[in-house]
Design a protein around this ligand. Structure first.
Ligand SMILES: Cc1cc2nc3c(=O)[nH]c(=O)nc-3n(C[C@H](O)[C@H](O)[C@H](O)COP(=O)(O)O)c2cc1C
Length: 220
């Protein structure tokens, strides 16, 4: 039984999503000692931005006329799809950037969905029903009644893709106000920020443990 972990923070030295995903991963490993963790670090090793277009357009080109870029993009899409299929549980650690989804994560999703395993019109059920945890972090606050309520356009989209397109059984851990301790003018929000981070750690611990228990057909 293996866990696939994806990270997308561009700031590995001070990453909240990585820290909280570590909590979930440790809880998984406590429950499944020795189970392998396969990592895809998009912050350290981004998917080339042209790969999605090359892979997608190659579908309209006869095989013997495809160029080297198109073949390489198809091979990369196949590798990413195979990583997903090979795992039994999933951990995604993806921050909010510019009120939207991380470019690195979007490129990864686009390429995964370009592979025949997950392409529109195909069965798309290769990993359906498997358990996943999505860890996210946001510098600001987006709760009900706050000025920026509704401005986090990343989390709903990520859940839509992971749950409704890929069919994963997704739980979310989110830390808010992660910039409060660093940003002048946000001092009054520091306690709320710390509480949010503590809550995210706690839910990641519970969700990491339950990842192992929710694996289809598993007996822990
Ligand atoms: C380029 C950039 C854009 C960001 N845009 C937003 C934003 O739109 N809203 C927000 O609340 N936080 C924003 N943030 C803050 C991050 O969401 C926050 O720092 C988060 O903790 C990043 O995840 P990490 O700690 O795992 O790197 C942005 C950060 C960066 C570097």
């Amino acid at each position: 039984m293996s866990l696939f972990r994806l990270d997308a923070s561009i700031n590995p030295a001070h990453s909240v999503t990585r820290e909280i995903a570590d909590v979930a991963q440790n809880a998984w490993q406590d429950t499944r000692p020795g189970a392998p963790v396969v990592r895809r670090d998009l912050g350290a090793d981004p998917i080339p931005s042209g790969a999605w277009a090359a892979a997608t357009l190659s579908g309209f080109v006869p095989v013997d006329e495809q160029d080297a870029d198109q073949r390489a993009a198809q091979a990369l899409a196949a590798t990413l799809a195979a990583e997903l299929v090979a795992a039994e549980a999933y951990l995604f650690a993806v921050p909010l950037y510019n009120y939207g989804v991380s470019q690195h994560f979007k490129t990864w999703v686009d390429l995964v969905l370009a592979d025949p395993t997950f392409a529109a019109g195909g069965p798309r059920d290769a990993i359906a029903g498997r358990p996943a945890v999505l860890v996210t972090a946001r510098g600001g606050g987006y709760g009900p009644g706050t000025p920026k309520e509704g401005w986090d356009h990343a989390t709903p989209w990520m859940v839509r893709i992971l749950a409704d397109v890929l069919g994963l059984d997704v739980q979310v851990s989110a830390a808010e106000l992660t910039l409060a301790e660093l940003t002048p003018g946000m001092e009054s929000l520091v306690d709320t920020a710390r509480q949010s981070r503590d809550d995210a750690r706690e839910s990641a611990r519970t969700q990491g443990r339950s990842l192992a228990e929710r694996v289809v057909g598993a007996s822990v």
